[in-house]
Design a protein around this ligand. Structure first.
Ligand code: 5RP
Length: 219
């Protein structure tokens, strides 16, 4: 089975978590895009969506799905999004699509985070995928030096400006044995907006697509 087919399986499986009249938090990336396309088939049953990026908002609107600002909703029962890496503890690395900050905000505001991915994203230890960090532009070099002190190899993601007008540093070579602690420590560096570790608020459900169908892990 190709990764695309596996992503399609989990996009369809995530629809089963959506209930009538809910506002749905929607993530960013190729897997989230497939979920958006599935959501379009039941758009009359939901109240609207909150998008974690301009790109997803545009795709949702293209399907005629209502997109609300997070500030407009008092309750967000569910958030569905992909990941770059995931563990069986439902800790994630996200931000390959540079949408990590809004993704983290929408995930934090949601009652349930359903993460959807092809099963190649499941890893024993996070960190093979370079950890994305969104930084305020003037702090990029300073933050990079602090990341070197933590043992990382930071690289500026050239030519990328986030939806928030900031820049992305991708950090290789991090041994992420304690994701909760590292997420907190990196977020304490001045100039960091947020980092792509989703450990303090990881997923509640992880749906992995593969040749055996959909595997469901829960917190
Ligand atoms: C975007 C993300 C995505 O969820 C992550 O990059 C996975 O993308 P894809 O579904 O295309 O593999 O965090 O910032």
């Amino acid at each position: 089975m190709s990764p695309e087919q596996a992503k399609q399986l989990v996009a369809e499986a995530a629809i089963e978590y959506i209930e009538w009249d809910w506002v749905v938090g929607v993530g960013t990336g190729s897997t989230a895009n497939l979920f958006i396309d599935e959501l379009a088939k039941m758009k009359g049953k939901i109240d609207g969506t909150v998008a974690s990026s301009e790109a997803s908002a545009e795709r949702l609107r293209g399907h005629g799905i209502r997109v609300l600002e997070l500030d407009q909703v008092s309750e967000l029962p569910i958030y569905v999004d992909g990941a770059d890496e995931a563990t069986k503890h439902l800790h994630l690395i996200k931000g390959g699509g540079a949408a990590l900050t809004r993704e983290k905000i929408v995930a934090a505001a949601s009652d349930k985070f359903v993460c959807i991915a092809d099963d190649s994203k499941l890893v024993g230890v996070l960190g093979e995928f370079p950890l994305p960090i969104e930084v305020i532009p003037m702090a990029r070099s300073y933050v990079s030096r602090q990341l070197v002190k933590l043992g990382g190899m930071p690289e500026y993601r050239q030519g990328v400006v986030t939806d928030n007008g900031n820049q992305i540093i991708d950090v290789r070579n991090l041994q992420i044995s304690n994701p909760v602690e590292l997420e907190r420590d990196i977020n304490q560096i001045a100039g960091v907006v947020t980092n792509g570790l989703f450990a303090q608020r990881g997923a509640d459900v992880l749906l992995l697509g593969g040749s055996n169908g959909v595997t469901r892990l829960t917190a």
